[in-house]
Design a protein around this ligand. Structure first.
Ligand SMILES: Nc1nc2c(ncn2[C@@H]2O[C@H](COP(=O)(O)OP(=O)(O)OP(=O)(O)O)[C@@H](O)[C@H]2O)c(=O)[nH]1
Ligand SMILES: [Mg+2]
Length: 271
């Protein structure tokens, strides 16, 4: 009985001493302290808002993480992916799904995505990765371009016209691959040929909108405003006029590792 009353008294004292401590702290706080506290809280909230906004803007500006390899069948995308990331060129077969590997630029690691060229799947796979694209490498076979220049131009036109690609201000490298082959055309010739084709496509793009979209596959959700003009309206199409998606033409042969150095340098620059 005596123990219990002692315990109750002890608890009461403890409560009183806590209240006293609180009162002494409050009496110690001056208007100056309150002002500094408010400033500190405002600074912390300011930093949190800035952090959230910066992340949102960065996402909108589209500093994605992927280097996306696109282009027609047999252009050499899978061979390039493994040559760059594993150092060996495997025997490849037509891809029906994406291949992904990590690529080390020497300064940082980026994700490299090889989008299959087959028209049944390329649109869907491209749609999945384009939002997070940091840069796009568009591969073509320099030796067979003269046989399918219209198809290649349509695919490139679709990529460059894509609103997600434009919103992300994605740099694009057109890699004129298979330069080891005798019939391969040089990059400047390919650039001029594609420029001419895109100029024609651009003129007819409003009426041809549906077929152009389908060049990336039936299910591609490509979003292109029918009124938007790629390049400068009223002037012949030129890659050099594309400010949102700067285009660089490079030559390479996946068979010759040394020839990939300009591409490696470009990836390092845009990563
Ligand atoms: N001569 C030569 N052959 C190449 C070169 N690059 C790739 N190839 C060959 O071209 C063929 C097609 O290469 P892939 O990497 O499978 O082509 P892809 O672009 O992935 O094709 P899809 O998967 O159908 O979209 C393979 O036999 C490769 O060995 C090159 O620079 N020179
Ligand atoms: Mg492939």
């Amino acid at each position: 009985m005596a123990d219990r009353s002692q315990e109750a008294q002890f608890k009461k004292k403890e409560r009183i001493s806590l209240v006293d401590t609180y009162r002494s702290i409050v009496s110690y706080i001056t208007p100056d302290h309150i002002f500094y506290l408010q400033v500190a809280v405002a600074i912390v909230i300011g930093f949190i808002i800035l952090y959230v906004l910066t992340r949102r803007v960065a996402k909108r500006v589209g500093r994605g993480r992927n280097i996306v390899l696109v282009g027609g069948c047999e252009a050499g995308k899978t061979a390039l992916l493994y040559t760059l990331t594993a150092g060996t060129m495997p025997l490849t077969v037509t891809s029906f799904k994406e291949n992904i590997a990590s690529y080390d630029t020497g300064k940082k690691k980026v994700k490299m995505v090889d989008v299959p060229g087959h028209e049944r799947v390329r649109g869907t796979v491209f749609d999945r990765y384009k939002e997070d694209a940091r840069a796009i490498v568009f591969l073509l076979d320099s030796a067979t371009l003269h046989t399918n220049v219209r198809d290649v131009a349509e695919q490139l036109f679709s990529v460059l016209s894509d609103t997600a690609v434009q919103a992300a201000c994605c740099p694009v490298a057109v890699l004129c691959n298979k330069q080891d082959l005798e019939l391969a055309k040089a990059a400047p010739i390919i650039e001029r040929a594609l420029q001419k084709e895109i100029d024609v496509l651009r003129e007819t793009s409003v009426s041809r909108l549906a077929p152009i979209s389908s060049t990336l596959g039936k299910s591609s959700s490509i979003n292109r405003s029918p009124t938007s003009v790629l390049g400068v309206a009223g002037k012949p199409f030129s890659f050099s006029d594309l400010n949102r998606t700067p285009v660089t033409f490079l030559e390479a042969s996946v068979l010759e590792d040394k020839s990939l150095q300009p591409l490696r340098d470009w990836i390092e620059l845009v990563s």
